[in-house]
Design a protein around this ligand. Structure first.
Ligand SMILES: Cc1ncc(C[n+]2csc(CCOP(=O)(O)OP(=O)(O)O)c2C)c(N)n1
Ligand SMILES: [Mg+2]
Length: 627
């Protein structure tokens, strides 16, 4: 008997299919794609646009539509949503052809580098090619099948172009497989030619049945557990590096129990922060270039490093200098072989939760020495006192950024979420922020993308409406992508946005100075007629008025005391509230204790560059391959 079919356009079929996809982990089933973000243009208005409208009017598929103001932002919102949902749910994003689609490429790269699932549906040129070249079409003299969407290939974990309706069947199934695979996940891109979106086909009804994508917990091989346990038993100064994999796997309780039983201190990365509460006896805080003195001192003498769910970015390893023992060895518990193999490690391929449980069992009765435990606790206490000083500087006339962060940290509840991505704040937060909840800290530091912050606020609030969501955004990042404030307003989502105004790049300014480049081009100033440089008067830019013009409530704070009041008011508010505060561009910053490799010009006419090069060369000598 021939299979039962239903006649639908490709776009209608995709909408129906997406509404029937579920993820499941630990017995909890939920919609994998609970909605679609989009901005319509000629590429998708009559295809996916019609399908989404029809679904909402007939109720044949439950797939709500959300309108973004910028395509990059809707991908960030989706990635932040997925992060908050521990990668068990995400959104689809539809964009028109050409610029609408290529605007999503930065978001795709962010999702893929952060290992966060997002489903991207860029519209594409006509599969028929009849009206070529259509508006916004790239013409390649060497190849007829190249479009701007080919630029998604390197930043997508799965890429396909649906040139005929029935190609959607294998492509959609492959897309779901990749989105729900903790090893493979990232941006998944299905390019939809605008004519194919509207073309009808007789689809097998079976394609639209409810599908449950099971997200398992791979268990480690017993031999691998034994090898890693033996390595740890031989260690005198082991250190744990807790990364995002701990949080995505929801392995916090296992990690805490493991650290308590073994006494191994736990350092964290941005993505792993909160997995162990900041005041836990084993916690030593952030590791690496912007790490605490405690974590970095322990790393310097660690003999065995146990990386759990970490990708070991250069900030975590201080560009391969933070682990300084010449005989240091690594063991990596990771679901992905890519990460498990890093630093010539003994690999423990497994989900963090199941891997930690197995390793904990194998190490029963073993613990590090009491002296080492005491040393780690003491180092952590010293760092906490340093952080307290950073929070209470009484700096003037403008407050220091660290004082604002301290006041904010104190004002927030344990479950409140703080968001940031780029500038000088990630470093300060990595050192100073006190997180108790694994979902309370969302600093995107794989792609460190200016413009993620406010868009991520949208996605995070959608994922966790019960939590207070606080976006920290520098003036530079605000100027890059603040338009989603209007989305917060139109969706009735309440987020607190703290704009930290310092009239330029505190981060890159300080970096520039340290590298001999004299803060060149890092301030938002008038061009000075005499010097010809951008170092004239401060610009009359009013970001508070700008935010108010988007429909947010705005409070301006002139001091730390006023900032505290503003946050209290913002917390009491029920609608999106922006707190604008000006801080000192030049710090003071928390004390750094590790390097970050940024190459300095080897030959130069400038004294500042020559001096910086000597320092750079000294650090280069400390760098290791970890072979
Ligand atoms: C999209 C993007 N462009 C450029 C950079 C490089 N970059 C990193 S921090 C920074 C300046 C950020 O300025 P602001 O948001 O004001 O933060 P501040 O440094 O003042 O704290 C720049 C340009 C980046 N991370 N992302
Ligand atoms: Mg700034």
């Amino acid at each position: 008997m021939p299979a039962e079919t239903v006649r639908l356009t490709t776009a209608q079929a995709l909408v129906r299919f997406l509404a029937a996809q579920y993820s499941e982990r630990d017995g909890i089933e939920q919609r994998l794609i609970p909605g679609v973000w989009g901005i319509f243009g000629h590429g998708n208005v009559a295809g996916l646009g019609q399908a989404l409208l029809q679904a909402s009017q007939t109720g044949e598929a439950d797939l709500p539509y959300y309108l973004a103001r910028n395509e990059q932002a809707m991908v960030h919102a989706s990635a932040a949503f997925a992060k908050m949902k521990n990668r068990l749910q995400t959104f689809a994003c539809t964009a028109s052809t050409g610029p609408g689609s290529t605007n999503m490429i930065t978001g795709a790269a962010l999702a893929t580098t952060n290992r966060l699932p997002v489903l991207l549906l860029p519209s594409d040129m006509f599969a028929s090619r009849v009206p070529d070249p259509v508006l916004q079409q790239l013409e390649d003299t060497r190849a007829g099948d190249v479009t701007v969407n080919d630029a998604f290939r390197p930043v997508s974990k799965y890429f396909d172009r649906i040139a005929r309706p029935e190609q959607l069947i294998p492509a959609a199934l492959a897309a779901m497989r990749v989105l729900t695979d903790p090893v493979e996940t990232g941006a998944v891109t299905l390019c939809l030619p605008q004519d194919v979106q509207a073309e009808a086909f007789d689809w097998p009804v079976e394609f639209f049945r409810k599908r449950i994508w099971r997200i398992g917990r791979p268990v480690p091989e017993s031999d691998a557990v034994a090898r890693v346990a033996a390595l740890l038993r031989s260690a005198e100064r082991p250190l744990i590096v807790a990364g995002g994999g701990v949080v995505y796997s929801e392995a916090e309780a296992e990690l805490r129990a493991f650290a308590e039983a073994t006494g191994i201190p736990v350092a964290d990365t941005h993505a792993g922060k909160g997995a162990v509460p900041w005041d836990h006896p084993a916690a030593v805080g952030g590791l690496g270039s912007t790490g605490t003195t405690a974590a970095n001192a322990l790393a310097a003498e660690a003999d065995v490093v146990l990386g759990i769910g970490t990708r070991y970015s250069d900030f975590t390893t201080a560009s391969h200098t933070v682990f300084a023992d010449p005989d240091v060895t690594f063991a990596n518990l990771n679901v992905a072989r890519l990460d498990a193999a890093k630093h010539s490690a003994e690999m423990l391929l497994a989900d963090a939760k199941s891997g930690l449980a197995a390793l904990g069992k194998a190490l029963e009765g073993w613990s590090v020495g009491a002296d080492y435990r005491a040393e780690a606790t003491q180092l952590a206490d010293i760092w906490r006192a340093t952080a307290d000083e950073c929070f209470n500087l009484n700096h003037g006339p403008l407050p220091a950024q660290t004082e604002i962060l301290g006041a904010l940290n104190e004002a927030l509840d344990d479950s409140d979420v703080v968001i940031n991505a780029a500038g000088s704040m990630p470093g300060d937060l990595q050192m100073l922020w006190r997180a108790r909840d694994p979902k309370a800290y969302n600093v995107e530091y794989a792609y460190s993308c200016m413009g993620y912050e406010i868009a991520a606020g949208v996605g995070t609030k959608m994922a966790a409406p019960e939590r207070e969501v606080v976006v920290l955004v520098g003036d530079g990042s605000y100027l890059m992508l603040s338009s989603e404030i209007t989305t917060l307003v139109s969706e009735g989502l309440k987020v607190i946005i703290v704009i930290v105004q310092n009239h330029g790049f505190a981060s890159i300014g300080a970096l520039s100075e340290s590298l001999g480049s004299q803060r060149f081009g890092t301030k938002y100033r008038y061009r000075d007629e005499q010097s010809g440089l951008l170092d004239g008067e401060v610009l009359p830019v009013d970001l508070a008025a700008n935010a108010a013009s988007f429909g947010a409530e705005v409070i301006t704070a002139q001091s730390v005391a006023e900032f505290r009041e503003a946050i209290a008011k913002a917390k009491a508010n029920t609608r999106t509230t922006v707190v604008h505060v000006e801080t000192d561009l030049t710090g003071p910053n928390p004390p750094g204790s590790a390097w970050w490799e940024v190459p300095v010009s080897e030959v130069s006419e400038l004294d500042s560059t020559r001096e910086a090069f000597d320092t750079y060369a000294d650090h280069k000598r400390e760098q290791r391959h970890y072979l």
